[in-house]
Design a protein around this ligand. Structure first.
Ligand code: HEM
Length: 499
């Protein structure tokens, strides 16, 4: 009678043991426990640091530039360092995206959009988005005009609120959220809202809540999907995604009602025209739900990344008044006070551009890539990477490499400046170790828009106001708050109009 029980326990123990054995030549990493793999170790390290990027840095320090983990039953490979990141992002077999529960859930249960799709469907949607965003002014003059409008309204409001708040200061860490979102809204849906518009504020809240509810590794629901039945947090997560979906569904319906052939007003109109031409039935990847997923993706990927980088730029101006003074001096010398800076001034503002590069290097809003997935068994940097592994590329590891930068923890925009030869002008240099938008075929789709947004907002806001730390307050910390991307924590600044 005991024999079956003993046999059962022995089999269970053998299975549990086998579940902890790593594949041959798998990259080094923390040991695996049955079922959960390295989850408890990873959660402990994340809790210790409070932010994911420091947890990945600790693992790289302990195990090397290629670290192997298992979260639940999924294998994860963390890749750090210039050589491994550059090689990994050039490998076609690492171009795919994960296909777990959490990733499908955000696009109503089916893989859609551009961020979490791959293969032909992704290529088609990515090509379409890049081409049409360019036609609508992606990285061109009309995009600059649209961004200027947002930045000028923001500068006027900031100066006004700053005057009223006085030395007590304003909470500025979210100051860029609405104007950046508005610029994306103009591009996608054609409408511009005043910054205090109720619909815009509601939508902004939704985008913020969604990005705080998931991290780039897919989060706990992806590692162990059945946990959604046990965790009340899932209900909130589910409701946020449904609200966002409905929001875009209504916007697309409204566009369909008012679309006039041959006169597309924005990305939604262009997509609807393409859909009409291709039809939903001929096997193409174009569909109305695909359009909604694309909108959702552009907002998720584009709004917080840009506004958080600008939030960090403000934080560093508060912490380094001597750097801000040099930005102001350059703006006064090159642009003067009678007009607002334009994109034509950009080549003549090397210091301001160097500050933006240095902010991107040190703040690491996207400290790592979005998850990639390997589509075949492969050899990489001397290790075996099993098919289906998730890969996370640590972009921050390039930005904070001590051997390359010397003093990576120090905020020093001068590292990007090249002194003029024979009395020629100082210029700003592009550094191959600065890769905030990633590398390879999956690199950021909105890079041009993002670069132009950073320049237009930072130059116009810096021209208009001066940020100072409120008297008696500790300086705002640079560590950041983790979410889908890294943001500053809340902080206040005295905002003084410059003229
Ligand atoms: C400072 C601002 C931004 C930063 C730092 C940034 C950074 C990144 C990074 C690191 C990736 C992942 C690359 C990879 O997985 O290998 C990415 C992907 C992406 N970004 Fe950005 N981004 C920014 C702004 C934008 C904007 C403004 C948009 C769109 C309007 C955008 C749209 C996307 C999309 C759609 C993807 C996914 C591309 C794909 O999977 O094919 N991003 N971005």
């Amino acid at each position: 009678m005991w024999l079956p029980v003993v046999l059962f326990v022995v089999i269970l123990l053998i299975l549990a043991y086998l579940d902890t054995v790593k594949p041959k030549n798998f990259p080094p990493g923390p040991r695996w426990l049955p079922i959960i793999g390295s989850l408890s170790t990873v959660l402990r390290i994340i809790r210790k640091h409070g932010v994911h990027y420091l947890a990945w840095a600790e693992l790289a320090q302990e195990y090397g530039t290629v670290v192997g983990l298992r979260l639940g039953w999924t294998k994860y490979i963390l890749i750090a360092g210039k050589e491994a990141v550059t090689e990994g992002l050039a490998r076609e077999e690492f171009d795919a995206r994960p296909d777990g529960f959490a990733f499908r859930h955000r696009t109503m249960g089916i893989r859609r959009g551009v961020i979490f799709t791959d293969g032909e469907e992704w290529k088609e949607q990515r090509r379409f988005s890049l081409r049409h965003l360019r036609d609508l002014g992606f990285g061109t003059r009309s995009m600059e005009l649209m961004l200027r409008e947002e930045a000028i309204e923001m500068a006027t409001r900031l100066a006004d609120m700053g005057r009223r708040a006085g030395p007590a200061g304003l909470d500025v860490h979210k100051a860029y959220t609405i104007p950046v979102l508005n610029s994306l809204w103009v591009m996608t849906a054609g409408e511009r809202h005043p910054h205090d518009d109720e619909k815009l504020l509601k939508f902004t809240g939704l985008v913020n809540q969604i990005s705080r509810s998931i991290d780039v590794s897919g989060g706990i629901f992806n590692a162990i999907p059945f946990l959604r039945f046990l965790m009340p947090r899932f209900k909130e997560y589910d409701s946020l995604h449904k609200q966002m979906w409905t929001f875009f569904q209504e916007t697309v319906k409204e566009h369909q009602r008012t679309l006039s052939d041959g006169h597309p007003r924005d990305l939604i109109d262009v997509y609807l025209q393409e859909l009409k031409e291709q039809g939903e039935m001929n096997g193409s990847s174009f569909s109305q739900n695909q359009l909604i997923a694309l909108c959702k993706d552009l907002f998720s990927a584009g709004s917080e990344t840009t506004s958080n980088t600008l939030g960090f730029a403000t934080l560093f101006m508060v912490r380094y008044p001597e750097v801000q003074a040099k930005v102001h001096e350059e703006l006064d010398r090159v642009v003067g006070r009678d007009r607002i800076p334009t994109v034509d001034d950009k080549p003549n503002l090397p210091y301001l551009n160097a500050v933006l590069y240095e902010v991107q290097r040190i703040c690491n809003v996207a400290a790592q890539s979005i998850l990639h997935r390997s589509t075949e068994d492969s050899e990489f940097m001397g290790y075996s990477i099993p098919k289906g592994s998730m890969l996370l590329f640590n972009l921050r590891s390039l930005h904070m490499d001590k051997k390359y930068w010397g003093d990576p923890e120090v905020f020093r925009p001068e590292r990007f400046l090249v002194p003029g030869v024979n009395g020629g002008p100082t210029t700003v240099r592009i550094d191959p170790w600065l890769v905030p938008f990633g590398l390879g075929r999956r690199r950021c789709l909105g890079e041009n828009l993002a670069k132009m947004s950073l320049y237009v907002f930072f130059s116009i806001i810096s021209h208009a106001v001066c940020f100072k730390n409120p008297p008696g307050c500790p300086l705002p910390p640079t560590k950041g708050v983790t979410g889908f991307t890294l943001g500053t924590g809340p902080f206040k600044a005295v905002v003084e109009p410059r003229f």
